[in-house]
Design a protein around this ligand. Sequence first.
Ligand code: NAD
Length: 381
Amino acid sequence: MNRTIYFIEGDGIGAEVWAAGRPVLDAAVAKAYKGERSLEWVELLAGEKAFKETGEYLPQVTLETLAKAELAMKGPLTTPVGKGFRSLNVTMRQTLDLYACIRPIRYYEGVESPVKRPQDVDMIVFRENTEDVYAGIEYAAGTDEARRLIAFLRDELGANVDAEAGVGIKPMTAKGSKRLVRKALQHAVDNGKPSVTLSHKGNIMKFTEGAFRAWGYEVAAEEFADSVMTEDAATAGGSKPVIIKDRISDAMFQNVLMYPRDYSVIATTNLNGDYISDALAAQVGGLGLAPGVNMSDDLAFFEPTHGTAPTIAGQDKANPGSLILSGAMLLEHAGLPEAAALIHKAVDKVIAGKRVTVDLASQIQGAEVVGCKAFGELLGE
Ligand code: NAD
């Protein structure tokens, strides 16, 4: 795999988490492969830095380069307030067809957690990233568009909708659902994970969330027949490495808190995935330790899950952990797992040493607060 990594610094705390985090990634690669391998970083402009230098928040050249890239990483981006601006993140996700948002959630010993058995928390969420209520098809109550749509729904389809309702559309396709579940199943098979759980609200939204469930089982049966079986098949004595099961999302939220050991890979729809990945991150240390990647079939675009944290930007208070752990995911994906393992070991060690950034210090008994830069240095030692 080409190891050129295109990177976008990002706004707010972006510059400082990169300054603290990138040397940790370079050092891990140098150490793991005794200086024989290295990462080639190429900066792309987006966000406020791009606006200052080019007058555009998302220059075309950035999108064109990413469209041909295999590996990229970004810091958080602010969406400029005001009419006429779409979120840069959403624009990139849709233009580059980054259909799978993947977030691992793992417990770090010593961090206080609201769950009873945090050491059982080792999950990875695959969230569909392009469809569902996030497709942006929404009309405000009282607008011509909403009224026309409601008239059609009432007159043509006999739907019982108030004429003055705001209306949102939740499109979900077989293609979108299947490619997401396919990625989750492949991950489980490749990494020896015991199960994939489809989380959905199909009891209420039968033709969207329910269809997601059905399409998920279809992919498993048609494309993974040798390695994946249903819970029923397992109960009947079947023996295959991965079990596919499904849970209604509200029950699923309870279950991941009460019985985290029963869940490993979670494949879910866009809105459910948004909620569950933040809720899971909160069980194990919060946004400062929550890495992620958005993937298309060609590009893996890694990013911390947090935003620009404007109230602490420029104060050396941000936790670079989420960016560094996103980098560890990138290293693993790029075929450099030994370097990724060094990073995980370093995070374990530094947290155990109780010298951490302020967000973590409030969750670790007796911890000493260090700045963003110093935290990065401790991780790079
Ligand atoms: P946020 O993640 O920036 O902040 C939420 C809370 O977490 C704040 O209290 C913040 O101080 C804290 N926090 C976040 N990251 C931290 C870190 N690394 N270390 C320590 N504390 C951290 O979310 P928000 O306030 O809702 O959003 C702020 C801006 O970021 C908005 O413009 C939003 O659009 C943008 N945003 C961008 C992305 C992205 O680029 N992927 C994601 C979320 C939000």
